[in-house]
Write a protein that binds this ligand. Sequence first.
Ligand code: ARG
Length: 556
Amino acid sequence: MIELIKQEIKQKIESKYNLTQVIVEEPKRGFADIAIPLFNLSKEWKMNPKLVFDKIKDDVLVEHVERIEFMNGFLNIYLERKNLSEQILHNIFEKQNHYGDQLLEDKQSVVMDYSSPNIAKSFGVGHLRSTMIGNSIQLIYKKLGYKTVAVNHLGDWGTQFGKMIVAYQKWGKKEDVQKNPIAEMQKLYVKFHDEEKNDDTLEQQARDVFKKLEDHDEVYTELWQWFKEESMKEFMQMYDLLNVSFDYFTGESFYNDKMDAAVEELEQKHLLKVDDGATIVDLGDDMPPALIKRSDGATLYITRDLAAILYRYRTYGATKLLYVVGNEQQLHFKQLKKLTDLLGYNFDIEHINFGLVLVDGKKMSTRGGKFKRLEEVIDQAIVLAKDAIMSKNPNLKNQDEVAKAVAIGAIIYNDLKNDKHLDVDFDLENMLKFEGQTGPYLQYSSVRIESIVKGYDIDIDQVNADVYKQDHYFEIVKSLAQFPNILHRAKDTSSPSVISKYVMSLAQAFNSFYGKERIIVEDISVLQANLLFARSIQIIINESLRLLGIKSLKEM
Ligand code: ARG
């Protein structure tokens, strides 16, 4: 609503005076509802700001504008609060969780590649970040009307499987792998690297095995399949817990029969070069060449990503492709973009990278054995959440379910609360607190509203919208009206943190409002106004949480 008013004013001024980029902003609390800084216009027209004000003041008097003033070089606009608030709240209440949905006429497919853990290795913290960031971005795109294709590009192909197979055949035991698949496979992998120091033929053996695997060797294929199934069991548990799903689990191996065509395409454009037996593509002076095939003909990570992107383009018609992957792969995605440019495509490739996860200031790694496995960390969070819930609300039904939602919500919010490029501090105790910038605080805010308004029906016709004229109401109404805009900003910057910061300030605003004002009052029309107000806040909190991947609760 307020966004529309801003747009209208902006367009009116721009078209009337033949200008572009006139700034019409919503200043921070306290000042006007909308402000136009006059400095630029004053320069442009060589007039002092007050004269600029006089010149354009009638142009801003659109619907819902109540009064304007000149102050410190700004044209300040105050909105008519009553009807505007009523419209905004009605709209939210009518649309419920669909408030802010956008319907796109021409549905564009956007492929999102995230999570993508590696088979036979544990699900790393980096993969956890990728999963949560990717999931949220996917939900945001969907809400804004895009057709999303969520792909899990499992790391299930490559020389490392040659190593795994060699190691397993030399030192592995079937029962051990069955009992503890990923841990055991990881051990074998480590052993392979240790033994390599004594036996310099191992590396070559692994390469030979992988080459045979690419050529469909039966025994190796069967082993590989088994490793994959065992790993997938663990990964699926993780996704279940996080409530994350994918449209496709097409890992690297999926492209085994699609790489020839991709290489052929490079060949036809005369891009391939043989260098020391290997097949490469020169990518110019500002980056190293892309290695497409080793001298023995085995393919590489980038070969599979090239086949994958061409497949995604042809199968889903996608020209926009997002990859949520750690920073260390920056060069890889630059090379991929360059390769596809050279082939004559103009894909919009966005590499969404993110900061590290730190424990006590040190990089958290679930690989080195220094930290517990991620599943154990999550289980521990659930136990802690359950303790907290039991002490707060001992009679709560379905405590286990709530504890799970709180624990997972805490981990997700902790991950998404700051700009994705920043490192994340992983401190279970802090993230599980019911106060401060935490997931539980947000869930609790929603539960609190539920407990206040539960049992009261809203009757829109009885609402006395005069109450919304008061500052402490109107400030919150304005922030609710910003929600659609927030979604666009989150999408445009691929930043779930835009939503996480927004919902935090909304929850805080409600809680401080509730510290001053009662919701349940005698006067029916004020009561109705309050109910509509509180429910609308709850709707936006819950929908924001959903977009972050966090469950909202009715009780906790
Ligand atoms: N499996 C890779 C890793 O763990 C990430 C894959 C990302 N996606 C892609 N299309 N390359 O590092």
